[in-house]
Structure formats: C-alpha cells, structure tokens
Design a protein around this ligand. Structure first.
Ligand SMILES: Cc1ncc(COP(=O)(O)O)c(C=O)c1O
Length: 286
C-alpha cells in the first residue's frame, strides 16, 4: 500500500490509510457489489464510454442504484490520475451499509463508492509468452456481471499459479468460456476466434478492441464456440484484458503451442493495439 495515496470514498478524497468502510457494508459481508477497471494512457481514460456502459449494465442486473452520471464519474476519476504514467482506475459500487445481515436487499441504503488509481506494470514474460492450464469453469452463470464476488475466479487463478501457469483457460461442458480474469482468443485454421458474448463470459473491452482491429485490418475472425479439443489444435492462443493487454500462450496443459514461440498474428495484433492506444490518447477529447 502506497502511503498517503489519495483515493475516493463516498464523496471524499482521502489518504488510503483513512479510507474506511463499515463492517456492515454489504460488499464486506456478502460481496454484494460490482466494479470496473479502466486503463488510462497519457491521462486519457481508454474506452471510457464502453466501460461505463458495462458498469451501468452490471448495476442494472444487480439492482444497485447508479449514484452518478457518466460526466460525474469522469469528474471523480480525473484528480486521481497521474498523466505521466500508464495507469488504471479501479472503482466499485456496493449495495451499501445495512443495519442487519440479511440476504434480501435492505431498504433506504445508499451505495458505497470506492475508487483508486494504480500504475500499470508491464506483465512479466509477455514477450516470451506464458503457460496456461485448462480448468473446469466452476463459477456461477452470471459471469457477464462484473461482480466483486470473485471467489470462483480467485480459486481458479490460484490453481493456475500453483501449476506454474499465468492464467487458467476455463471450460464449461467441453467448451472454452474465458480466463479467470481475461477473455480467450485462438487462431484455428488461420482464423482468429473468440467465444461469443453470453452470460458465461465477461464482455471484455479489450476483446471488443481486438475484434475491431481485426475487422479494420483484414484479419479473418469469428465469434464462435471453441471446444477444448479444437483449442489444442490452435496455432496461437491469447488472453486479453485491460491490464495485461494481449498475452500470448506458448504452452497449454504441458503441450507446446506454436512450437513454444509467440505466434505471428500476436505480433501483428499487439502492434496494432499499441498504435491504437497511442492514437486514441492523442485524439480523444477528455
Ligand atoms: C473474468 C474476466 N473476463 C474478461 C476480462 C477482460 O475484460 P477487459 O478487457 O474489459 O479488461 C476480465 C478483466 O478483468 C475478467 O475479469
């Protein structure tokens, strides 16, 4: 924890040491809340509207009141950002502090809003590629909500780490859903494929950007189901997320992918993403 780091809590900017939440907060007792993560490049909030749209959807699906308009959310974020660094805004909204612990929604409570900004540190081993493990997707069936209740994801990521892997590839009834904290892409028979949006995956913003870049640059792509068997024949596999960007997989379940080397399309797509980020930061109005 960085000492004196400024964070936002319920309408105030405070040093992180002074930002306290009640033990009766529904986020603490039940994990009853949702969150968002927005990358910030050169001080620009990357795909702000797409992230806010996903936040609004998570709030709607959980029946938590949205305390702020999009403009107000942006205003709250700006003082936390250091424009000289690549950073990300993390923010969460819980249902609030209730008088007693009861599963059903309390009445008359105000949501708790917490926000902080952290540096993005480049992911170790990105250029060389990472190892992945396939695991049964044991999570619930509302994975399209960006819920703070991440126990399922945490247990799966931990299992990956304990197997010397950077991430897990989750499989439900024989088909790939996503990573523990990322979306999955595969190149199969020369086509870039990612599972379609559904209640079994989080609709990743990086995922959308990759599909748009593929479309604009004549990369053949499809949003389609991928069986674990088909994934094992892939010439490339990637994870995609806001903080790790596009992470190439060079080994799955102990078997080399693309000969254990980072694939050609990953280099192309990674270059396209880096250029897009720079162009975006230089052109968008904040
Ligand atoms: C389960 C899950 N899927 C996908 C993603 C990727 O989403 P995004 O690209 O918006 O970061 C994340 C990001 O944290 C995630 O937790």
């Amino acid at each position: 924890m960085t000492k004196n780091k400024k964070v936002f809590l319920n309408g105030e900017y405070l040093p992180i040491e002074k930002a306290n939440v009640s033990v009766m907060d529904r986020g603490f007792l039940f994990g009853d809340g949702i969150y968002e993560v927005i990358p910030v490049y050169n001080g620009y909030l990357f795909r702000f509207d797409a992230h806010l749209e996903r936040l609004e959807n998570s709030l709607k699906l959980t029946h938590i009141e949205n305390p702020y308009s999009r403009d107000e959310w942006r205003e709250i974020m700006l003082p936390l950002i250091d424009a000289k660094k690549d950073q990300y805004i993390y923010f969460q909204v819980t249902r609030g502090v209730a008088e007693k612990r009861d599963h059903a929604f309390p009445t008359g409570v105000k949501p708790t809003v917490f926000m902080m900004c952290n540096d993005i540190t480049p992911f170790d081993g990105k250029e060389a590629g990472v190892k992945a493990i396939s695991l049964e997707d044991t999570r619930w069936s509302m994975c399209n909500i960006k819920a703070i209740t991440l126990l399922g994801n945490i247990l799966l990521r931990q299992q990956a780490v304990e197997n010397d892997c950077a991430e897990a590839i989750l499989v439900r009834e024989g088909y790939v859903t996503e990573g523990a904290a990322s979306n999955v892409f595969a190149v199969i028979d020369g086509i870039l494929i990612t599972p379609p949006k559904s209640n079994f995956i989080l609709p990743g913003i990086t995922r959308d950007v990759i599909l748009e870049l593929a479309d604009a640059n004549q990369v053949p792509y499809a949003e389609d189901i991928i069986s674990l068997d088909a994934l094992k024949t892939a010439s490339e596999i990637w994870f995609a997320s806001s903080t790790r960007e596009i992470l190439p997989v060079v080994e799955l379940d102990g078997q080399l992918i693309s000969g254990g080397k980072v694939g050609r399309l990953w280099h192309t797509m990674n270059d396209l993403l880096q250029t897009y980020k720079t162009t975006y930061a230089n052109s968008s109005a904040q």
